[in-house]
Design a protein around this ligand. Structure first.
Ligand SMILES: CCCCCCCCCCCCCCCC(=O)N[C@@H](CO)[C@H](O)CCCCCCCCCCCCCCC
Length: 317
């Protein structure tokens, strides 16, 4: 037993939160780092969701975007808090606080994109909004479907209901955003940036999903490597579910920025905004009048701009 390397405990460790009542207990061994945190890595990695939710919500407010993007950020942050409590305690009530906000938060971009698709299909490029009544009907249909699914999930406690529904929502949002970009975004630079941001978002999310599957289906292998080779504290780095949090947290940030940019384009107000890549890799929507404090490029891996002022690049468009 050293200061910088110690073995995993021989037998299971009783924890502060008592009996596990959640329907899922992930591969990470419980209470091996702290008696107050059941799954150390799976708890701490939720900081990625919480920080990206705070940042996207702040950006949406600063950019004066529609309230739907504030709601997305709030829902995203609630998922991060729920997931943190779920992994810290392995209590069923906090598992629901993780999983139900996921499918409710996903309703917002699903609703927004279905309305945008209707606008684009019916009105082409003249950017006429779908009537408020139809937007409300879309919202009620989606809300009823997801509420029914969540009631069935709580009654039958079958986690597949939640995971399949969430997976369908993610695919619908990704497909609708990609289709709208392909058919209704004409500016070459805007199209390249949207494709790059969505593609990176999808790659990050899919990589996270593979990590999620590895955690579930190869757990004995990870436990063997952690116990016989890595030991603690290094073993906390080999937690595939923790990497799911990190990768999907980044992927969802990329998608939220893409949806914001797609929205200002379909609203025909993109002249008030500039799509940038901070440090050439992190996408962000900046409103004219706010100059970024960090270096940025106008394309993924593009050259840094000389003049940091947003207006300078808007004039060139
Ligand atoms: C795309 C814009 C989204 C904007 C709104 C964000 C709403 C919040 C979404 C949060 C998702 C990340 C989940 C974080 C919490 C978590 O990981 N919870 C797990 C426990 O830690 C819980 O078990 C949930 C797991 C759900 C796993 C479902 C996997 C289905 C993936 C389908 C992949 C399809 C490929 C899509 C490619 C684009």
């Amino acid at each position: 037993m050293g200061i910088f390397r110690w073995n995993y405990p021989e037998s299971s460790v009783p924890g502060f939160w008592g009996e596990t009542t959640s329907t899922i207990d992930w591969c990470e061994e419980n209470y091996v780092v702290s008696p107050y945190v059941a799954e150390w890595t799976n708890t701490l990695t939720n900081i990625v969701f919480i920080l990206s939710a705070i940042y996207t919500t702040y950006s949406a407010y600063k950019n004066r975007l529609e309230k739907r993007f504030l709601l997305i950020g709030f829902g995203y942050g609630l998922v991060g808090v729920g997931s943190c409590l779920f992994h810290m305690t392995l209590k069923y009530r906090f598992q629901l606080l993780d999983e139900l906000p996921m499918i409710y938060a996903m309703c917002i971009p699903t609703w927004s994109l279905l309305c945008e698709a209707k606008e684009a299909l019916l009105n082409g490029d003249n950017h006429k909004k779908v009537p408020l009544f139809e937007q409300i009907v879309f919202g009620i249909i989606i809300a009823l479907a997801v509420t029914t699914a969540s009631i069935l999930y709580v009654i039958f406690k079958n986690v597949d209901i939640h995971q399949i529904l969430f997976g369908v929502q993610i695919v619908v949002v990704a497909a609708a955003a990609g289709s709208l970009t392909y058919r209704y975004v004409h500016d070459p630079l805007a199209k390249r940036n949207l494709k790059a941001s969505m593609a990176l978002g999808a790659i990050l999310f899919l990589s996270g999903y593979v990590s999620w599957l590895l955690d579930i289906h190869f757990c004995s292998f990870w436990v063997h490597i952690r116990r016989s080779i890595l030991a603690l504290p290094l073993g906390v780095l080999l937690e595939p579910h923790g990497w799911w949090h990190i990768l999907t947290g980044m992927g969802i940030y990329f998608y939220i920025v893409s949806l914001e940019y797609l929205r200002v384009i379909t609203l025909n107000i993109s002249s008030d905004y500039l799509f940038i890549w901070r440090w050439k890799v992190f996408p962000e929507l900046i409103r004219v009048g706010h100059n970024p404090s960090t270096r940025y490029s106008l394309e993924l891996f593009g050259s840094y701009v000389e003049d940091q002022s947003v207006e300078a690049h808007k004039k060139r468009e």
